[in-house]
Design a protein around this ligand. Sequence first.
Ligand SMILES: *Cc1c(COP(=O)(O)O)cnc(C)c1O
Length: 365
Amino acid sequence: MTANRPQPRPGVLDIEAYVPGKSSAPGVEKVFKLSSNESPLGPSPKAIAAYQEAGKHLEDYPDGAASDLRDAIGRVYGLDPDRIVCGAGSDDLLNLLARAYLADGDEAIHTTHGFLVYPIATLGAGAKPVVAPETQYTADVDAILARVTPKTKLVFLANPNNPTGTYIPFDEVKRLQKGLPAHVLLVVDAAYAEYVRRNDYEAGIELVATCDNVVMTRTFSKIHGLAGLRLGWMYGPAHVVDAINRIRGPFNVNLPAIAAGVAAIEDSAHVQRSADHNAKWLPWLMEEIGKLGLKVTPSVANFVLIHFPQEKGRTATDANAFLMKRGLILRQVGGYKLPNALRMSVGSEEANRLTVKALAEFLGK
Ligand SMILES: *Cc1c(COP(=O)(O)O)cnc(C)c1O
């Protein structure tokens, strides 16, 4: 039967549109946005200056190859710029990877509380998202491997994961790669890599360098404080880079983003300040919130997942409303199958202290 109006491809209407973190609280003047894991220190002043300078040349198309930016990333990380592709946020790259490697009926695996962009990208490419259960809010390599079928083409792993904040050590990522058939592409999303302070963690660079079926995606939205510009990059084998370069938008990264990105990634002192701020306040938040009697999932990223009891008046939804009235905007994560939790980004000292104080009040302490 022919439809009486245009129909999107199968899968598209199964997508639950991504709901971004809230950015305002009704009736509250001063708000602290702790809902999207943005940097409380903001971008490097050098990145802002480069952005403003680029604003004088908006009539020009950007360099479609983003060569200056790929060169800068290559210098900072010691990578071959030819194996880097930049995108309008890592979302852009995750979607391009799905489009390039998934066909109708294929499967892509992600974990229960994995980043919501993965099922969206998968369904948008006409493929089927397959969910692998986690163990203690952490990706479980055996569970992922057990779900591989002849139809599996992609595995998405956020390491560390959002919204749980947990990670798996490099040995486990290697074990995952070894267990996958050679034709399955492992996408390691390392959006929070710069925050991790664990000796057994590796973002993915080493694995990409030595395997033909691994790519790593990174972002300028988190530690570089440039979420508004939409900028990300991936590092992959030459054959994957070639495929993505064929299907990406010819000018998928805009001119001010390229300029600001170069300045941001070269300002290692600013990156260090942001990492240090996080290293100080992340453990403080976990400890102080834990002392209130709330469970906090151990996090290595720039946010914490706080679990609330299912008692009337004390639920995550109640806490969210209570905090919202005080201008403290956290993230409800029901969409991540975590209806009893809130995710809080590590904020400024003021925001962190106010949130702990408000939570204490909420619990009547
Ligand atoms: C924030 C985040 C990103 C970054 O997305 P951008 O499109 O680069 O802003 C990627 N992956 C995960 C898991 C994230 O939480």
